[in-house]
Design a protein. Sequence first.
Length: 642
Amino acid sequence: MKIRSFFLNALFLFFVHTIIAQQQEIDSLQQKLSTDKLTRKEQIVIYRKLCSLYENYNIEELFASAEKGLELAGKDKDQTMIAEFYQKMGSGFISKGEHDIAINYFEKALKLALNVKDDELQAIIYGSIANSYNLQTKYEQALDYYMKAMSLFEETNKKRQYILALTNIGSVHRSLFNTEQAILYLEKAEKLSEELDYDNGKMYAYYNLGDIYTSQEEYNKALEYNLKTVEISRTIGNKQAEILSLQTLAFNYCKSTQEYKKAEQYAMESLHIAELYGEPRLIQAAFGILATIYLYQERYEEGESLLYNAWQTDSTNLDEGIKLTSGLAKVNIQLGNKDKAIYFFDKFNDIISKYSNKTYRQSLADMEVKYETDKKEIRIATLEKEKQLYIWLGIAGGVVLLLAFGVLFYRHRLNVQKVEKLEQEKQLIATQSILDGETTERSRLARDLHDGLGGMLSVVKLNLKEVRNYSILDGPDVDRFKNALGILDQSITELRRVAHHMMPETLMRYGLKASVEDFCRAIPNAHFQYYGSDERLEDRLEVVLYRCAYELVNNAVKYAEATEINVQLMIDEGLVSLTIQDNGIGFDPGKVTSGSGLDNIRTRVSAYNGKMTILSSPSDGTEISIEIEKLIPLTPKGEQSN
């Protein structure tokens, strides 16, 4: 489903208040603020209520109410209320898609909630942080914070919030394609919601279950859940949920039963409500689903117009931009608009380039490092406090307690050694986490490029050839058309080359020996030799050694001007050895710059307690050897290996 990922991320916000958009209630509260003589505490309570009313209704008014509440709570030095208003501000910025600002507010709120030891407020903030990560598709981090929130809600017997936590955990598992786990959590949330007659919980559980049944092509069940979701969202006045559930319903009628009139009716209704709601991404999604319905009916001109409107609504959204530009290129091919098709194909390539450079690729590795290092930081801080205590006791004891002072000094030295050891362990864990994150991201991006973008480019190529077969082109147009096909062929070849070298399939399927041999075969004048038993190494170690071989051979080709490159891999019972030798111009190892990539190789090798030796001099070639002991533990002592 083209709109599925946006639906899941936009719909399942963690702590959604029931919004009955009755202007009378808002007007009554505003009137009370302007006329009654209220204490500061009473005003704070009203502003908190207004924030709740505006949360899914009017974001700008939410900000205004929260800022006034923060000002009053600050005067009272009420940490609990300050934390609540920070949480409201963060939720507002999530709705605007400004996640960095939202996380900043949530972290401020969490610090205050921890100070006042308010478990329920902590749980709400954990859920809000998880919302932000979920919307950014950082599912591992989102799952971690949702689990923390669920545990606290269970401890404090907050049943409704506990239900929403179950639903969000289920939706994250759905996004991670853990379908069985997702159904387990969602059905539990559905059962508890129906027992409590809790509409918000039912709505979110129904939506997720409907989405799962759609993906499994069980359309009757999916439509049943879709209709329930629309009905409940209207009952409780949640406009955002109503828009999204109408769009899902429209798509399912189009996809499953081909009831295009019904599908168009629901899609138009979602567009009308989205325009009133005023959220660009919801409007864009509504245009997209309506265009999809038209394209299913081969109403290409109407579909092209709607896709273009969606593109104009927000052309900065990279995720939606990929789908919209691809769709516009395909539709214009069908309509015979060659210039437009080429224009949107170029836009598609530009967005893919921007998408691949987004900084979120490192987010998973960063999160893993933070998680492990935070635990070490706590232990280090504890030891530092203990060290200070021992120092003061030694000074107070004086000469009379000389023996005790000696014992305390000895303990102090032990603690210093522990601190140093923990620092080393922290660095090792950080390095390995970064390498794991890089490997995971390379694998994911290689799959996306090869399977997703590669397939789409091939389809575009076939469609362009069909246009050529059924079109009469003038001389200049023929040249332009041939040139476009040539560029497309080059793009497909280059994409496959990049995807292969980012994470070779032979490395995953056949191991280090086969992948290095395959790589050397593709390099002119590179020769591969292998010694030892034909065995597989631990997955992460194979990835590290392959990346080292890849980097060193490329250095020999690019910088050493070598005409002969020898790659030797040796695996015996206790040692793995990789040697790269070339007859190039050589260099002075003492003067090598960081740009050579050798620092990256040293970092990879050091993560496995290995060593790298460089033998080189100007005009005399280069030999670089890497040795890693196979039996060295891959995680620090005291940590369990996965």
